[in-house]
Design a protein around this ligand. Structure first.
Ligand code: BES
Ligand code: MN
Ligand code: ZN
Length: 492
């Protein structure tokens, strides 16, 4: 998508489709009212028809209203002006874009003059929503509808930072789409090596980005017994992918490190999952996909930060060489783990990656993982679930979740939960029993993250939609993480 800023009045803007707000009760905004006068009352007639409540989500398309350069005008509900906020704006934009994308327009124009908060934040949101709305999964579906016609989105009025806001919002949206596409690809295409190749291509396109892909031989040398134990039953080799982005003025400045769970398919291993909806375990690499989405967006923007993005990629399969319940493996940190359930594999690939992260002397580490069904049971599909060992970092991430509409909710990581991981035969077990599954999974990780500020995002509920009509990866929590990184960039 191309983006443009226009200083023209809405009537004069060169576009195929104008989108303007209508407030609850059918009241036209100032821009729409001006258009309405030029169009001889055509807009007001629809607004006041009573056919719509004009909540965010309502839209109506007018052809050739007259009086303006555009051949189409979309009236889009904006709801109550008093309660119009970022969430309402996102809904307003998504609905307006949906109407535009359903038609034949190559260019669309949004006037933001009547909307709050004025200017740049809204422009960023519009660009993000534009990228998201235009995404279509096509990779394995030749019969999919042709790509949408829309190629340009423009906005008015022209603020000082509007162009930059559009650039940032578009990068976030594209980062989400990268994560969605990788998430949506099936397990027989999106293997650990596929993720590695994708990361290599990303690194190839950016001077500030370098890459190292560890194969199983190198993992063995490093003693990554936990990560390797997950891949043991699969014919697909595990990969530990490390992308190193150096954009800060000081190349030595401590980086943020992101670590993504990249289980390209999770059968459960010998502790085999039941068959129902098992296909959704192709999404078990959505943490990895979000890391790659963020790295792509940060590279595109050239942010002045240092950022290490790591992906722990493996396929969890049963097989003659697969790890069995009761097996004991040794992590890179030297701690032994009794594997009581091979379906608790995410924490095993993550723990060795989290130990490896230490060598980058990170300012903080954030891991992203579709880690527990318990997170879905507790929060449904709304929240990223957040735990960690540093309340300052957690508070910041909670705020970033609010601001980016990609919300997180914290669970406690109290010491009392740690004993659920006790093992008779090893330093710890890989499961903590029936209760508090999301917390005990984080407890497991906490034993490998003692040397830096650390936060864990369990994205099992937020990373994909299960409902048939919109089944697919969401691209979360790319917005939350980008908010966090953009803030750091603005401080640098
Ligand atoms: N990838 C799953 C978690 C998951 C399950 C995410 C369903 C989304 C929907 C993870 O590897 C897993 O299997 N976790 C187990 C852990 C248990 C064995 C302690 C779980 O949550 O059941
Ligand atoms: Mn599992
Ligand atoms: Zn899993």
């Amino acid at each position: 998508m191309r983006y443009a800023v226009s200083a023209d009045s809405v009537a004069a803007v060169e576009t195929d489709c104008l989108v303007v707000p209508v407030w609850k009760g059918g009241k036209l905004g100032a821009q729409a009212a001006a258009l309405d006068r030029l169009a001889g009352g055509a807009l007001g007639a629809v607004a006041e028809s009573g056919d719509y409540g004009w909540e965010p989500g309502d839209t109506h398309l007018l052809h050739q209203p007259g009086g303006c350069a555009a051949g189409r005008v979309v009236l889009a509900g904006a709801g109550d002006p008093e309660s119009f906020d970022a969430a309402a704006a996102a809904k307003y934009f998504a609905a307006g874009l949906g109407k535009v994308l359903a038609g034949n327009s190559g260019r669309a124009h949004f006037d933001l003059a009547d909307l709050k908060p004025a200017g740049d934040q809204l422009a960023a949101r519009l660009a993000q929503e534009s990228e998201i709305a235009a995404y279509r999964y096509r990779a394995t579906k030749p019969s999919a509808k042709p790509a949408p016609k829309l190629k340009q989105v423009s906005v008015s009025p022209a603020g000082e930072q509007t162009a930059e806001a559009l650039r940032r919002g578009a990068a976030i949206g594209r980062g989400m789409n990268r994560a969605r596409e990788l998430g949506n690809l099936p397990g027989n295409i999106c293997t650990p090596e596929y993720l590695a190749e994708h990361a290599r291509e990303l690194a190839g396109g950016c001077d500030k980005l370098s890459i190292d892909v560890l194969d199983e031989a190198r993992m063995r040398e490093l003693g990554m017994g936990c990560l390797l134990s997950v891949a043991a039953g699969s014919t697909e080799e595990a990969r530990l992918i490390v992308l190193d982005y150096r954009g800060a003025g000081d190349r030595q400045a401590q980086p943020v490190a992101l670590v993504g769970k990249g289980i390209t398919f999770d059968t459960g291993g010998i502790s085999l999952k039941p068959g129902l909806a098992m296909d959704e375990m192709k999404f078990d690499m959505c943490g990895a996909a979000a890391v790659l989405g963020v790295m792509g967006a940060v590279a595109e923007l050239g942010l002045p930060i240092n950022l290490v993005g790591m992906v722990a990629a493996a396929e969890n399969m049963p097989g003659g060489k697969a790890t069995k319940p009761g097996d004991i493996v040794t992590s890179m940190a030297g701690k032994t783990v009794e594997i009581l359930n091979t379906d608790a594999e995410g924490r095993l690939v993550l723990c060795d990656a989290l130990t490896y992260a230490e060598r980058f002397k990170p300012a903080c580490v954030i891991d992203l993982a579709t880690l527990t069904g318990a997170a879905v049971a507790a929060f449904g599909h709304q929240a990223n679930v957040l735990l960690g060992n540093d309340q300052e970092l957690i508070d910041r991430l909670l705020q970033c979740g609010q601001d980016s509409l990609d919300r997180a909710w914290q669970l406690p990581l109290w010491d009392e939960y740690q004993k659920q991981l006790n093992s008779r035969f090893a330093d710890m077990a890989n499961i903590g029993g029936k209760l508090a599954g999301t917390i005990t999974a984080a407890c497991f990780l906490s034993r490998f993250t003692e040397n830096y500020p650390w936060a864990h995002l369990d994205i099992a509920g937020s990373a994909w939609h299960s409902e048939a009509a919109k089944k697919g990866a969401t691209g979360r929590p790319v917005p939350l993480l980008m908010e966090f990184l953009l803030e750091r960039a603005d401080r640098n």
